[in-house]
Design a protein around this ligand. Sequence first.
Ligand code: NDP
Length: 339
Amino acid sequence: NRQVILKRYVNGCPTVDDMEVVAGAVRLAVPPGSAAVLVKNLYLSCDPYMRTRMTRHSETSNFVPDYVPGKQVLDNCSVCKVVLSGHPDFKPGDLLWGVTGWEEYSLIPNPVFCHRINHQEFPLSYYTGVLGVPGLTAYAGLFEVAKAKKGESVFVSAAAGAVGQIVGQLAKLTGCYVVGSAGSDQKVNLLKTKFGFDDAFNYKKELDLNAALKRCLPHGIDVYFENVGGAMLDAVLRNMRHRGRIAVCGQVSQYNLERPDGVDLFQLVGKHIRMEGFLVSEYAGDYSRFEEEMARYLKEGKVVCVEDVAEGIEAAPAALVGLFAGRNVGKQVVAVARE
Ligand code: NDP
């Protein structure tokens, strides 16, 4: 049972050497009388927040527990297949998505965070992306938190990523004017041609982010879907419209910094901007509604998605590290096994 563990706490940018693929033991059994399930992992999801779990935090300063170097297998959302089950709701062969280890087989003592895969007509890996946590994050952040409405101008950063690409397409379906930023010309091209953004720019090539936003959104921004933080957030704040809303989904540019960059939050005051952080877990109750709506959009071709699939568990550390260099084009997933 090959497993990915953290070798040591990470300072700065994570590297492949911070992790190790080790040979662990697996017993192909569930403890008698328990409600555990033993699963075979098919697709592992790579998510930027995993980096925040690689630094030692005080008990209250992170919303999920840190990974313990040296022994604990990394965990995150995956797509998996039940091999053995002591749980009345699951049987061998069932396809699930939920929290498992970064390993070939996982024993899940209490599968409360496991959900059945209802739409097997799509690639199973979609349940790490468009039909999983990133999709629900985009949906909840755009509609429940930012309350985007028809006719509004929406700006999304890290727009070609797992969450960003869905935010942009859902905003377009709502009748918004949608602009995105991304870190390469290839990604900017994807935004405009594949995902139907009205405009997009490569933030790495812009000398002045404020000017880039003014060029693409001359009337300002009603809704900002915040994925990156730092200089981009600062520039966005200057371009927000009166009573604009910012859904703070994540701040990937800050995760490798010891101290966050300063941002002029005083802008919120004068313009009555509502800036609200959120965690997708608060919206777990909306998942079924979201899943059916998104499955319909996918079937009708109204939403498309781009994935970046790394092959084999050995490729998992590099895939995760690549998120912080923008190497992923679309949702980064690791295919551990196909069935
Ligand atoms: P992505 O697929 O977007 O991958 C991360 C991307 O971030 C990279 O491809 C890169 O794109 C960009 N990036 C990396 N470093 C920087 C940097 N220093 N400055 C600017 N951009 C950078 O990841 P996700 O879609 O999974 O996640 C997007 C955001 O959503 C993250 O902040 C994440 O933490 C957050 N999130 C929050 C959730 C919640 O519950 N609140 C749930 C899920 C995700 P590029 O080439 O464009 O630079």
